[in-house]
Design a protein around this ligand. Structure first.
Ligand code: CUK
Ligand code: CUA
Length: 640
């Protein structure tokens, strides 16, 4: 409190010395019913015009299938990145180049235009964040997307060839070798029908190691592989680092292998899946799996993809289980890689596992038994560093620079707990509003966390904002963690899906482009084959296919007249000839459901069938100059 008072006194003194109306601040505080604490929170988050944020946060967009970008500490939203879902402003899903990216995420040939994005992850070097690429998973239609942080655009989506549902991803190995994805709901790995009675035999979990080609900035699907896992419901996962580099960890629930059936008079999944006291933490060594994937006796092929058998992994010493308290959720690896923090939704404790102890037992081959699939089980007690009672519904944790300090979310209690996972004691707690899922500190999952703030990702906002109907925005709360007590600074409504998780990076580590090299395809990062320079605008016809090579520059589109026959397939390629920063043009043709955002230097194209006779204006959709409205042309469709 004394710090609050000091700042306030200083502020008052400033007002007094500078001769400004001595009562202004106090008047405003009175009028708006603000406390000293409120003024301090405002001073810590407010950015004067032109001032930039210290951190950039990437938030999953949940059922919107997108990524939301905002700044910390201001909590100003900067961008929605279209990922699994079309995004009209940037023409994502409305121009040909981005349609190709979205089509990369077709599910067994079926076009998918929504996703449930959960866990964003950044590229890493030695476990520290590098602002080159962002990855995010889709829980609904198991996929991973790659976003290029040179322009914050989605450049690749890969569909998992064996999973029907996933959740444990995207998690990146310490030098961005692989992006890990683990199943959620077990299902047969082949694309065949199997009855529920076949659950133990035919249903499987899996983990996929997506190989990331850093130089190309793309996932190499041919070099990617998977490991078959038991039909427990795998959940969140994390990659080892430091002492545990080369290993990975996946939580699971339903060690019961319960298969449900309310219609048969059985208890529902909810009851059947939480009968046992323990579930299993899966421990795998991806460096061994990488070698196993090179020898065809270790894997089976599904949909052209190598899936290592559990048998081969067990034999090679690459797969182990440790009991964990029932129905766990988050597993988080400490910055040095030594401790694994597991939180269980139905247990009030957090369990701290010591990787050195785990490794010791594995090296000595000291197991307490095997699961029904022959996977060696380690003794939970012998691998635990300890357990701490935190409160109701612990879910996720995030690390800070201070030795042993951890922030953990409590869903049921609606709190964040600050505790010491080395000395096993609670240090502080704060109420959040309400029902928090993930909690994330700045660079909190890296080998070098930055601390300063944590963000509470609250599932419910209830009474925090002006009501906008029965569907409420979710609430991201910014909390100052620089003092001994956590202090709530800011509530930000998130009006775009249920954001599950965020990842934050120091803004100084991001180096986005200001403009594109002239004639670039932003989705491939290469020169666009149909880029058009001033003077070479033209219309070419090849049978029923008409291709228009157009340019845009303040304040005209060239050509201004395009004439085609009814039934022609028309492609219009537009190049923005501008070299000035922020001089974006947009291109839309009325009635054709196409749109492209053409940033300076970019080339993009739209294709449509001119299936109706008539005259259709096309125009620039971005208010780009005083003569923006004049930036237009006409498409004439004749019935020949
Ligand atoms: S999950 Cu949603 S609150 Cu998908 Cu990381 Cu835990
Ligand atoms: Cu270009 Cu408006």
């Amino acid at each position: 409190m004394s710090k609050v008072r000091n700042v306030f006194l200083l502020f008052s003194l400033f007002v007094f010395v500078t001769g400004a109306s001595a009562s202004t601040l106090q008047d405003i505080m009175k009028q708006r019913n603000l406390s000293e604490k409120d003024i301090l929170a405002a001073a810590k988050t407010y950015q004067p015009s032109g001032r930039k944020d210290e951190f950039i946060t990437f938030s999953s967009g949940g059922q919107s299938g997108q990524v939301i970008v905002y700044g910390v500490p201001s909590m100003r939203i900067y961008k929605y990145i279209g990922v699994f879902t079309p995004e009209p402003w940037q023409g994502y899903g409305y121009d040909n180049e981005s349609k190709k990216v979205l089509e990369g995420g077709n599910f067994r040939g079926k076009k998918i235009t929504w996703g449930d994005s959960h866990h964003p992850a950044l590229t890493e070097k030695n476990g520290e964040y590098v602002g080159d690429y962002l990855f995010i998973n889709d829980k609904a239609n198991p996929r991973i997307a790659v976003i290029d942080l040179k322009d914050f655009e989605t450049v690749q989506i890969v569909t998992n060839p064996i999973m029907k549902s996933e959740h444990g991803g995207a998690f990146v190995t310490p030098n961005s070798e692989y992006i890990i994805e683990a199943t959620q709901y077990a299902a047969p790995l082949d694309d065949q029908w199997h009855p529920i009675e076949d659950y133990e035999n035919s249903f499987r979990g899996a983990l996929t190691m997506w190989k990331f080609d850093y130089d190309k900035g793309r996932i190499n699907t041919d070099k990617s592989f998977s490991l078959e896992l038991p039909p427990y419901m795998q959940d969140l996962s994390d990659a080892g680092k430091g002492v545990s580099n080369g290993w990975g960890f996946i939580n699971s629930f339903n060690s019961e292998m319960y298969t449900g059936g309310i219609e048969k008079g059985l208890p529902p999944f909810e009851a059947g899946m939480s009968r046992n006291d323990n579930d299993y933490l899966h421990i795998f060594n991806w460096k061994i799996l990488e070698k196993l994937a090179e020898d065809e006796k270790n894997y089976k092929i599904y949909n052209g993809h190598r899936v290592i058998s559990m048998e081969a992994a067990i034999k090679a010493g690459a797969l182990f289980l440790i009991p964990e308290p029932k129905s766990p959720h988050g597993v988080d690896v400490s910055p040095d890689g030594r401790f694994l923090i597991v939180c269980g939704k139905l247990d009030t404790h957090a369990s701290v596992y010591d990787f050195n102890k785990i490794k010791g037992l594995i090296d000595k081959k000291e197991f307490i038994g095997k699961d029904p699939y022959g996977i060696p089980i380690l003794d939970m007690k012998k691998t635990l560093h300890g357990q701490v009672e935190l409160g109701l519904g612990p879910l996720h944790s995030s690390f800070v620079p201070e030795e042993g300090v951890l922030y953990t979310s409590l869903y049921v209690d609606s709190q964040i707990v600050k505790w010491d996972y080395k000395n096993l004691k609670v240090l502080d707690r704060i109420n959040v509003h309400y029902n928090i899922g993930h909690v994330d500190a700045m660079e909190g999952k890296s080998a070098k966390p930055a601390g300063k703030y944590v963000i509470a990702l609250n599932k419910l906002s209830i009474d925090r904002f002006n009501p906008v109907g029965p569907l409420h925005p979710q609430n991201h709360q910014l909390i100052d963690i620089t003092g001994p007590k956590m202090e709530l600074l800011y509530d930000m409504p998130i009006p775009l899906g249920e954001p599950h998780d965020v990842v934050t990076i120091a803004a100084s580590k991001l180096k986005p482009k200001k403009t594109y090299d002239m004639g670039s395809d932003s989705r491939t990062g290469k020169p666009h084959p149909d880029a058009t320079l001033a003077g070479s605008e033209r219309i070419e016809r090849n049978g029923k296919n008409v291709k228009v090579y157009a340019t845009m520059v303040r304040s005209h589109i060239n050509p201004e007249h395009i004439t085609v026959n009814k039934g022609d397939v028309v492609t219009i390629v537009v190049t923005n000839l501008e070299r000035a920063q922020d001089e974006t043009h947009g291109f839309g043709v009325d009635g054709m459901n196409v749109h492209a955002s053409v940033e300076p230097g970019k080339t993009a194209s739209v294709t449509f069938v001119a299936d109706q006779e008539g005259v259709f204006p096309y125009y620039c959709t971005e208010f780009c100059s005083a003569l923006h409205l004049e930036m237009m042309g006409y498409l004439f469709v004749k019935d020949p």
